[in-house]
Ligand binder design. Structure first.
Ligand code: ASP
Length: 306
């Protein structure tokens, strides 16, 4: 794996390795000695973060991960306006230029598929930090790590995904990755306009992974091991009047299994009420913190490739 552009590259073998590394880094970060050791690992590397779409967690956690490993960071947080894209530069030319300034490039863009083009033109590793309604593989990486930490296993899980499954890229990446594990089943809670893409459902069918679709939040969440909730992707909707209208509140929580977990890629808007936050099963803030450890592991993985 030279670049990480799609969740399909995150096979169980790769994930096992990355999770072990993330755990190792998590331990080292607990002590001053450990932190200093980590800072000494990659003082010769610089990463560039090129973000053409808004981000809080993904950009900052990649930059934090790089700095925890002793790397330098160069960054443009509003590349759509502040980079030469506005002058008409192609993504291929941009990465050729940035590859002269950095040893890896993390890209987020509103155009689906554009990170593949960037990777094809880049002599240094490219990481897809979200491409339109396409994929968000590093989010899938931190989601899988979170599921493993919270549930103690990646097998035999009933995963309920809810909200805007048509325009959300995190659910597309996570569904692909989790479909590789034995005994996974999915329930998609959504409306006809916000359904999971046919390409993902076809893949699940080919892999023999069972899935159902429903609009009954209570019935679906009762049987869930993992509840993965998402916001309506308002910025991607052609019809601005669309609503998802599926809310996780304390009443829904009361019907859920004691051993289960609620996740959300964040930002949360109003689809999980603040009253849920104190429930020990609400893992979304732990989940976002996990992003640093796995992104450290990923940078190490990409820089260790021969
Ligand atoms: N932060 C995630 C993403 O960039 C989820 C979201 O924005 O709803 O896809």
């Amino acid at each position: 794996m030279q670049h990480l552009v799609a969740a399909g590259q995150l096979t169980p073998e790769v994930l096992t390795e990355l999770i072990a590394k993330a755990e190792e880094y998590r331990k080292l970060l607990e002590t001053t000695d450990g932190r200093q050791q980590l800072r000494a690992l990659y003082p010769d590397k610089i990463i560039a973060t090129l973000f053409y779409e808004p981000s809080t967690r993904t950009r900052l956690s990649h930059e934090s991960a790089a700095q925890r490993l002793g790397m330098g960071v160069v960054s443009t947080e509003n590349a759509a306006e502040f980079s030469s894209a506005i002058k008409g530069e192609t993504i291929e030319d941009t990465v050729r230029v940035v590859a002269g300034y950095a040893d890896a490039i993390v890209i987020r863009h509103k155009e689906t598929g554009i990170v593949d083009r960037a990777a094809a033109a880049s002599p240094v590793p490219v990481i897809n930090a979200g491409d339109g309604t396409g994929e968000h593989p590093t989010q899938a990486l931190l989601d899988v790590y979170t599921i493993w930490r919270e549930m103690g296993t990646l097998e035999g899980l009933n995963i309920v995904m809810g909200g805007d499954l048509a325009h959300g890229r995190t659910v597309r990446s996570l569904a692909q990755v989790m479909s590789n594990y034995k005994g996974t089943s999915f329930t998609f809670v959504t409306t006809p306009q916000l359904r999971m893409g046919d390409d993902i459902k076809q893949l699940l069918g080919e892999r023999g992974v069972s899935f159902t679709e429903t609009n009954d939040v209570h019935a679906a969440t009762k049987e869930a091991d993992v509840v993965y909730w998402t916001r309506l992707q308002k910025e991607r909707l052609e019809d601005p009047t669309l609503e998802a209208g599926f809310v996780i509140d304390e009443q829904v929580m009361a019907g859920m299994k004691e051993k289960s977990v609620i996740m959300h890629p964040l930002p949360r808007v109003d689809e999980i009420t603040a009253g849920v936050d104190a429930d020990p099963r609400a893992a979304y803030f732990r989940q976002s913190h996990n992003g640093v450890y796995v992104r450290m592991a990923l940078l190490d993985y990409l820089f260790s490739q021969k």
